[in-house]
Design a protein around this ligand. Structure first.
Ligand SMILES: Cc1cc2nc3c(=O)[nH]c(=O)nc-3n(C[C@H](O)[C@H](O)[C@H](O)COP(=O)(O)OP(=O)(O)OC[C@H]3O[C@@H](n4cnc5c(N)ncnc54)[C@H](O)[C@@H]3O)c2cc1C
Length: 804
């Protein structure tokens, strides 16, 4: 075993092997994989080997496609077969909701360049004759996908990595990780110590334990999972082609051909957590006892939906554990506060995702940038809220819903409420229907008296539609109150604060008493954040951004090396906020403050520290609705008083509460993009339009060279808002934008604009098509809908309300 390498990858499952291969491929050939037992001996060896490109996130779908396409490459390089069965995939719908979801997948796949088609059940039968058609109403077929041999595939990665110069140490257990003052690691094993600049936790079933070695608590948990292998099935005997891998949503079943028989698996509703506290050290190449009694009712559904499977015997049953994060996506990337420690774990679909994970992680390690937006699998999407208790409740919920649709208007109930603002109960009393963001409850819409605060999950407009309309209209006509506590909040203080902010943010840093819109770029000139900075004093700043991105932004701040005279801290739990918006907003605020907030004295983006009612607050003239608006920030102990004062003062002014749904509608009418939906690390300043907030005259800031180069060359695509000739459904996200038969762009967010009476879609189109009135189409749930580009905001294009 070498004494020193550039990076040690811990774990020889499919994810570790892929990571090793990609590190070697990117040029880090001095890398070592350490595996405590034989390769594949964790959850990899007994996997069903299914692979597909389906994921709710476009970029993860792309990475899954990359993974599947990669197998030929590693086969060639290693000489080791992956035993590929590229027989494609069928997804079956039993009801309208499922059919809508398949149509959405189909619309998304077009721009991703994936071969996908809606087909009839009769056509589906030709691809898989084992389906009982009476249970289904439609299907989606996709060319990508199939299955592979888990062991062959893992060995192909490892052998290909060795060909490139990497080494693999089997039967060597990592016992301890000790960090040296220079940030490198002593990796202590039972066969000696290896010094490595970087370590990667690909520990799969033991990822939690390898996290504990460095004092972190990764939100990852293993669940037991069963599949069965049947004896030969006469109905498929002699078929020229293998049947197509099939997913049955309503039955919560997946099945595929395995030699002359079938493999059938289920994700049952009351799954069993495996080793909730600690994974046994000596577990290797092992299965768990079958539990047919518990699982029989769920497999029986499969035998009804695929009757031939029920007519033959069961050859073998597999029950094995594998890991999940609370939302089912992997945990990838660097961990805040830990230099040179990387994770690639909680991978529940290693044969669809392993290659893509290796690709982005190797880029991240070697080039300091994953190369594309992967927020949805970034370990930083979880923060302190993802405690072991949270994980232990959320993971089983996710497991149970593996094949259950989560509708775009659906909020999952497990582990709720976790984080609550001081006015949570008051909002609930007012009929608030809550969502959770970064563990924090926030209002989506408010059910009026006499209306139940519940919503039917759907891809189309729900019963909340007319209620949200009333909320929007009230903001435009009188005044609305929206709780902003769920935004990401940070404080930056100290003598060096301005200089540091100047380097980290691309904008001009505002003067005391002013607020500025603040894009933050990666070195490659991609949008890392779209925040606002309020300057309270030369050495004191309040920064507000997306709540979802809190850990992501904190990690970015800490990687931006604040010097000793700069203090950066999260204000997530120390600041609560409320936005007051609408023509009567000033009249309301005036009742509670002693400072002059008149139009002349307190202009857009002014900031003042003042009492608002009882509450010592930061008052800013800002908002996201396009109306005259104020945001008020105070500490949690004053927040309920502030809220009461606002409600009382607002009563005679027509104050209404509005929620996140109304905000989405109001902001799109103003063509404001939102971070994580419209603005993400895939996009550039000129594409998003955020270049208008960049101070190009500044001599230095992160991403400056790339932003200047882009400005010189001009963007290839642009963020636009389109009016959609919609039916009873508005766009959701990632639908393809078409020009004739060609997919030219995709949707990033959508809503119905209630003030202007039009359905709206935001998205990216080639610059040549970003023209006023350009006529395009969008596939909305299988129907081609006319979409017209609008370059000016559809509401108050001159910003008169905003500035009033
Ligand atoms: C029944 C079943 C069916 C499945 N079907 C599919 C499927 O069809 N398609 C699909 O894509 N996925 C499937 N999966 C999931 C798939 O198995 C996982 O996504 C994949 O195996 C995860 O790989 P990994 O490398 O992250 O983890 P693991 O395979 O668990 O690998 C982790 C490795 O780390 C090693 N290790 C741990 N601690 C140490 C240490 N201290 N020192 C050295 N080495 C250490 C372990 O020995 C182990 O080999 C299935 C899983 C199960 C259980």
């Amino acid at each position: 075993m070498k004494a020193s390498v550039r990076a040690v990858v811990i774990g020889g499952g499919v994810v570790g092997a892929s990571t090793l291969y990609h590190l070697a491929k990117i040029g880090w050939t001095d890398v070592m994989l350490i595996e405590k037992s034989e390769l594949t001996s964790g959850s990899t060896w007994h996997a069903a080997g299914g692979m597909h490109t389906f994921n709710g996130e476009a970029n993860i779908s792309r990475l899954q496609k990359y993974t599947i396409d990669l197998y030929r490459e590693i086969e060639q390089l290693s000489g080791q077969s992956c035993t590929l069965h590229p027989n494609g995939g069928l997804m079956l719908a039993a009801n309208q909701g499922e059919l809508d979801s398949l149509k959405l997948i189909c619309s998304r796949a077009r721009y991703l360049g994936m071969e996908t088609e809606m087909i009839t059940i009769e056509e589906a039968l030709a691809l898989n004759p084992l389906i009982d058609p009476c249970y289904f109403i439609g299907a989606l077929w996709r060319a990508d996908g199939g299955h592979c041999d888990p062991s062959g595939t893992t060995h192909a990665y490892a052998k290909a990595a060795r060909v490139l110069g990497a080494s693999v140490e089997r039967f060597t257990r990592v016992l301890e990780l000790r960090q040296r003052p220079d940030g490198s690691w002593d990796v202590v094993t039972d066969k000696g110590t290896v010094h490595a600049e970087h370590v990667v936790n690909c520990g799969g079933l033991w990822a939690r334990e390898i996290g504990r070695m460095v004092g972190i608590n990764l939100p990852v948990l293993a669940m037991e999972h069963h599949y069965l292998l049947t004896e030969d099935i006469p109905e498929i005997k002699g078929r020229a082609k293998e049947i197509v891998n099939t997913t049955d949503y309503s039955g919560e079943i997946y099945m595929r051909q395995e030699r002359g028989g079938a493999l059938i698996g289920t994700y049952e509703p009351h799954g069993i957590v495996w080793s909730p506290i600690k994974t046994p050290d000596d577990f290797a190449m092992q299965l768990l006892p079958d539990d047919f009694e518990r699982l029989a009712p769920y497999f029986e559904v499969g035998f009804r939906h695929f009757p031939a499977l029920g007519r033959v015997g069961i050859r073998k049953a597999i029950n094995g554990p594998f890991t999940f994060a609370p939302d089912g996506n992997p945990l990838v990337g660097p961990v805040r506060g830990l230099r040179n420690y990387w994770v690639a774990c909680a991978v529940m679909a290693g044969f669809s995702q392993g290659g893509g994970i290796g690709l982005v992680l190797s880029r991240w390690m070697a080039e300091n940038d994953p190369g594309q937006d992967i927020i949805s699998m970034d370990v930083a999407r979880f923060g302190a809220f993802a405690t072991p208790k949270y994980t232990s409740i959320k993971v089983p919920e996710n497991y149970a819903r593996r094949f259950r649709l989560t509708y775009p208007n659906e909020e999952l109930p497990a582990a709720r409420p976790v984080r609550r603002s001081p006015i949570y109960d008051r909002l609930r009393e007012r009929g608030a229907v809550m969502g959770a963001n970064f563990g924090l409850e926030h209002a989506l819409w408010f059910a009026p008296k006499g209306v139940a605060p519940v919503e039917t999950p759907t891809y189309r407009r729900s019963e909340a539609f007319p209620i949200v309309r009333e909320e929007c209209l009230a903001v435009r006509r009188t005044v609305g109150l929206y709780e902003t506590t769920n935004y990401g909040k940070y404080e930056v203080t100290g003598r060096g604060a301005r200089a540091w902010l100047d380097r980290v943010f691309a904008c001009k840093i505002p003067k005391p008493g002013r607020l500025g819109l603040a894009p933050m770029l990666s070195e490659a000139g991609r949008i890392i954040g779209d925040l606002s900075i309020a300057c309270l004093a030369e050495d004191r700043y309040m920064i507000v951004g997306s709540g979802f991105a809190e850990e992501f932004h904190l990690r970015w701040f800490s990687a931006s090396n604040p010097p000793a005279d700069v203090f950066v801290r999260s204000a997530a739990s120390t600041l609560c906020g409320v936005s007051i918006a609408g023509p009567n907003a000033r009249a309301l605020v005036e009742k509670l403050v002693r400072v002059d907030v008149s139009a002349a004295a307190f202009k857009l983006f002014h900031v003042v520290e003042t009492a608002v009612g009882y509450a010592p607050s930061v008052l800013t003239r800002a908002g996201f609705t396009g109306e005259l608006g104020f945001e008020i920030w105070t500490t949690p102990d004053y927040f309920a008083s502030l809220y009461e004062d606002l409600c009382e003062a607002g009563e005679s002014l027509g104050l209404v509460h509005f929620g996140g749904r109304a905000l989405s509608s109001l902001r799109l009418e103003k063509a404001y993009g939102s971070f994580n939906k419209d603005f993400r690390p895939d996009y550039t300043p000129a594409e998003t339009g955020l270049d208008r907030f960049i101070d190009f005259a500044k001599p230095a800031f992160t991403g400056r060279a790339a932003a200047l180069a882009e400005r010189a060359a001009g963007p290839k695509r642009r963020f636009v808002v389109m009016e959609v000739d919609a039916g009873d459904a508005d766009v959701i996200g990632y639908e393809s934008i078409m020009q004739g038969e060609a997919a030219v762009g995709y949707v990033t967010s959508g809503a119905y604009g209630h003030t202007i009476g039009k359905s709206l879609a935001a998205g990216y189109v080639p610059t040549a098509l970003a023209r006023e009135g350009e006529r395009l189409t969008i596939d909305v749930l299988g129907e081609m809908r006319a979409a017209t580009v609008r370059l000016e905001p559809l509401y108050d294009p001159k910003g008169l309300c905003l500035r009033s």
